[in-house]
Design a protein around this ligand. Structure first.
Ligand SMILES: [Zn+2]
Length: 273
C-alpha cells in the first residue's frame, strides 16, 4: 500500500510524455533546415518533396490539409509560390500555431523571383527565426557552421563567374546566379516558362539567339519545368556546345542536405567554365 501511494505520488509529478513538436514545411529544403534546428524529436513533414513534379502546378490533398491543421509550426515560401498553403491556412488549426513566411523574412514582395531558397542568405534567416522561437541557439550555431563550405565555394567560384553572361529556361537558379556575379539574360522568357505561359515570339528569338551566338556561356535547365520550347533550347545549346547545367526546384532525395545540394550544383558550373 505504501509503495502504491509512493508510486501514485511520483507518477503524478512526472510530466506526461510531451507530444512531439509538429512542423509542416511547404518545401522540403525548408523542412530539412527546420529538422536540423528543432532536433530529431520534432516531427517534420515536407509537402513538396518530389523532384519530378513541377512545383508551380502543385495541388494539395486532404492529408496535407489535415497535417497543416495539426501543425505547431508551418513554413511556407510565400509570394505566390505555394498559394495552395494560403488556402490550407484558411482552415482553422492549432490556436498557438506559428506561421513562418520565408518571403517576409527576406523582405521579398509579390512579383519578385519566388525561388527564395536559392538566395544564400535565406536559410540562415530561417534558422535564426526557428532558433529564436524554439530557444535553440546552439542548433543555429551548428547550422551556420555547416553553411561555411557553401559561402567559401561561392566566393571562390565568383572569381570565375563574375560578369559572365548566362541564360536559363526558368528563373529557379537566379538568386544564386546573382550571388555568383553572373549576368542573367532573357529573364522575360524565363518568367513566361515559370508562369506556364508561352514566351512571346521576340522573347523566343532573343533567347535562341543568345545560344546560337554563344553570348550566353551557360544554359541553366530547370528539369522540373520543361515544355516543347525549353526542349528546343537544349537541342540548340547542345549543337552550339553551350554547357547545360541541370538544376531543380526541389531538393533531390539523393542529397544529404541543403548545403550538399547547392554545392553539387555549383560544382557543375565550376566544371563547365
Ligand atoms: Zn520555378
Amino acid at each position: 500500500m505504501k509503495f502504491f501511494l509512493f508510486a501514485l505520488f511520483f507518477g503524478a509529478l512526472l510530466p506526461l510524455k510531451a507530444a512531439p513538436l509538429k512542423i509542416v514545411a511547404a518545401e522540403n529544403c525548408y523542412g530539412e533546415v527546420a529538422q536540423q534546428i528543432a532536433g530529431p524529436t520534432a516531427e517534420v513533414l515536407s509537402i513538396m518533396s518530389n523532384p519530378n513534379q513541377d512545383p508551380h502546378e502543385f495541388q494539395s490533398d486532404a492529408a496535407t490539409a489535415r497535417a497543416v491543421a495539426q501543425a505547431d509550426i508551418i513554413i511556407e515560401n510565400g509570394i505566390g509560390y505555394d498559394s495552395w498553403m494560403e488556402k490550407l491556412l484558411g482552415i482553422p488549426g492549432k490556436k498557438s500555431r506559428l506561421v513562418i513566411i520565408i518571403a517576409e523574412l527576406m523582405h521579398a514582395r509579390k512579383g519578385d523571383n519566388p525561388h527564395l531558397w536559392y538566395n544564400p542568405s535565406t536559410m540562415p534567416a530561417l534558422a535564426k527565426k526557428l532558433a529564436e522561437v524554439l530557444n535553440k541557439p546552439e542548433a543555429e550555431a551548428v547550422f551556420l557552421e555547416s553553411m561555411k563550405p557553401l559561402y567559401e565555394k561561392i566566393a571562390s567560384l565568383r572569381t570565375k563567374t563574375n560578369g559572365v553572361k548566362v541564360t536559363a529556361t526558368e528563373p529557379v537558379f537566379n538568386y544564386m546566379a546573382t550571388a555568383l556575379g553572373l549576368e542573367i539574360l532573357n529573364e522575360g522568357y524565363q518568367q513566361a516558362i515559370m508562369n506556364e505561359t508561352e514566351p512571346t515570339f521576340q522573347q523566343t528569338v532573343a533567347m535562341e539567339k543568345s545560344l546560337l551566338t554563344k553570348t550566353a556561356r551557360l544554359l541553366f535547365n530547370n528539369i522540373q519545368a520543361s515544355n516543347a520550347s525549353t526542349t528546343r533550347l537544349l537541342t540548340i545549346a547542345k549543337k552550339q556546345d553551350v554547357p547545360i547545367i541541370a538544376v531543380t526546384e526541389t531538393q533531390p532525395l539523393t542529397e544529404k542536405n541543403y548545403v550538399t545540394w547547392m554545392l553539387s550544383e555549383l560544382e557543375k558550373i565550376d566544371r563547365a567554365l
